[in-house]
Ligand binder design. Structure first.
Ligand SMILES: Cc1cc2nc3c(=O)[nH]c(=O)nc-3n(C[C@H](O)[C@H](O)[C@H](O)COP(=O)(O)OP(=O)(O)OC[C@H]3O[C@@H](n4cnc5c(N)ncnc54)[C@H](O)[C@@H]3O)c2cc1C
Length: 507
């Protein structure tokens, strides 16, 4: 997350233009009548709270905020928006880092964070049913008495919501072994953009027909709003061991990650931090990482005790062969927590060593880690910008934290450009422009780096099947404001120019 606000972007009007502003202002009264006056905010001072998510650089004030407390509130709000042709945006905890929950200026923001009921816990079938505003960590808290846990664990797990996790297909440290959110969601109750309530997926392990739940996961609020989610829980392992390994070179740390996995060992997590990230974490939480380390790995293995013990010996051998100068195994829960504390607080900690920073998120095949990290360093040096790397190394999911001084004219722009150059590098290396933080408003212009016009048309057709009026979170994910009435297929430049001119300054 950027530690400071460094650019104010133009508002994101909906393609319907100025008329939707007028419709939105008339809508507030109807929303109050439908859900109760106390749940509808229009006071500009109150609306300011909702101007941005974790991408604090993009701020747009919505016309109306609905603080939903029940599914019926969401249904009523979406129905009224559909009737009035007013765009709406769902918001969970607002921790997203790509601007997915940034409001539309002329639209309604539907906040789900008050829908926090845990509807059922069913350890025998290893599932938990929750409302969308339930915090990620609470699912594990509910499952823990039965020896179970919820596996996807974003570093924001203490604050981010399950609804937001579903919309972003959130990852986390343990997704290397256990998979991303999509692998742990069994079903969702969804309010479609016209207000109809549907159920996607369900409690059976497999469903015939198209995997619409799979399409919904990661759709960033553009296909509808989840009002209930059924997640899978996993058995807590017999043994968990955590190790901290110090290296004098980033290349050796990165090489160790590939070597471990090439030996057939699948750790629960492999996280990496470079010297600048370590410096920041030490300053913030005194995590006691190896002195003089240019890179550290936090490696966690879990499973049957005998297997974990054996694999730990193998991992130590591999790391030593890659010149690790210190290997520390957590002796108890306290030491384990401290090892993780350094990693988990790294994003916020970077705020201590730089006035501002910008979090990027891309993914590469992990075997390319050494060369890509080298190239990131070269790009950063060429731009004269410091970059701290802290990331899910086992997945090849990079999080370069790009440091800059927001008081220096042009520094924010240079940081953004470096971030985009790193994304280009990820795509050129066989990776993707986002590992787990979504596309949102931040990276939509980079979609064309990765996808052809045909690819984007195909995605757009799917979106239109759910949302023909284009009211659900418009202006996100797609590089141009394509309208659902449009003919899919390759467009001519003339067609694009005409359409974009009609829409005004949207992108
Ligand atoms: C310090 C920090 C560390 C982070 N670490 C990680 C990490 O390790 N892994 C990771 O994946 N992410 C990480 N994130 C990013 C963020 O926490 C995740 O993307 C998270 O899933 C967002 O959840 P949220 O509830 O805050 O959603 P929001 O930010 O409120 O919304 C995110 C998107 O979901 C949509 N949405 C929200 N609720 C619903 C709903 N009920 N139905 C439909 N759409 C909805 C919104 O419209 C928006 O597009 C981190 C963020 C921070 C600040």
């Amino acid at each position: 997350m950027s530690s400071t606000r460094w650019t104010v972007h133009a508002a994101l009007p909906h393609p319907a233009g100025a008329s939707s502003a007028a419709r939105a202002s008339g809508l507030a009264g109807r929303l109050r009548a439908a859900v109760g006056a106390a749940k509808v905010l229009t006071d500009p001072a109150q609306l300011r709270t909702y101007e941005c998510d974790g991408l604090a650089t993009v701020r747009v004030r919505p016309s109306v905020v609905v603080l939903a407390e029940r599914r019926e509130d969401v249904v009523a709000a979406v129905r009224l928006c559909a009737e009035a042709g007013v765009p709406f945006v769902a918001r969970g905890s607002g921790t997203g880092l790509s601007g997915g929950a940034v409001p539309v200026a002329d639209g309604v923001l539907i906040v789900l964070s008050r829908l926090r009921a845990v509807r059922s816990v069913d350890p025998d079938n290893a599932r938990v049913v929750v409302e969308p505003g339930v915090i990620n960590l609470w699912v594990t808290r509910e499952a823990a008495p039965y020896g179970q846990a919820y596996a996807p664990d974003p570093s924001s797990q203490q604050v981010c919501s399950i609804g937001g996790n579903v919309a972003e297909n959130a990852g986390g440290a343990h997704c290397l072994k256990y998979g991303f959110t999509v692998n742990h969601v069994m079903g969702a109750e969804v309010v479609l953009p016209d207000g109809e309530v549907v159920h996607l997926g369900g409690t059976a392990p497999e469903h015939p027909g198209f995997d619409l739940l799979g399409a919904f996961v990661g759709s960033e609020g553009t296909l509808g709003i989840a009002t209930e989610v059924t997640v899978r829980t996993v058995q807590a392992p017999e043994s968990v061991q955590t190790m901290l390994v110090g290296f004098h070179s980033v290349a050796d740390a990165a090489g160790t990650v590939s070597d471990i996995i090439a030996e057939g060992i699948l750790p629960a997590a492999v996280e990496m931090m470079d010297a600048l990230a370590i410096e920041a974490a030490e300053a913030a939480v005194r995590c006691g990482y190896p002195r003089g380390a240019v890179a550290v790995l936090v490696i966690e293995l879990d499973g049957p005790r005998v297997e974990v013990d054996e694999q730990f010996r193998q991992v130590e051998r591999i790391a030593t062969a890659r010149h690790a100068f210190e290997t520390r195994i957590a002796r108890d829960a306290e030491e384990r927590a401290l090892m993780w504390k350094g990693r988990k607080s790294a994003f916020a900690a970077v705020g201590r060593i730089s006035p501002a920073y910008y979090v990027q998120d891309g993914v590469i095949p992990r075997t390319k880690l050494p060369e890509v990290l080298d190239e990131v360093r070269r790009l950063a040096d060429a731009a004269g910008i410091r970059v701290a790397n802290v990331f899910h190394a086992g997945d090849g999911n990079l999080h370069p934290l790009i440091l800059f001084d927001d008081k220096v004219e042009g520094a924010a722009h240079a940081a953004e450009q470096l971030g985009f150059a790193i994304l280009d590098l990820c795509v050129a290396s066989g990776g993707s422009i986002t590992g787990e933080h979504g596309v949102g408003v931040e990276k939509k212009s980079k979609m064309t780096t990765q996808f052809s016009a045909d690819d984007l048309d195909t995605m757009h057709r799917l979106r239109c099947a759910f949302d023909p009026a284009g009211l659900a979170n418009p202006g996100k994910q797609f590089p141009t404001p394509r309208l659902c009435g449009e003919r899919p297929g390759v467009r001519t430049a003339a067609e694009d120019e005409g359409r974009d001119a009609a829409l005004g300054e949207v992108f």
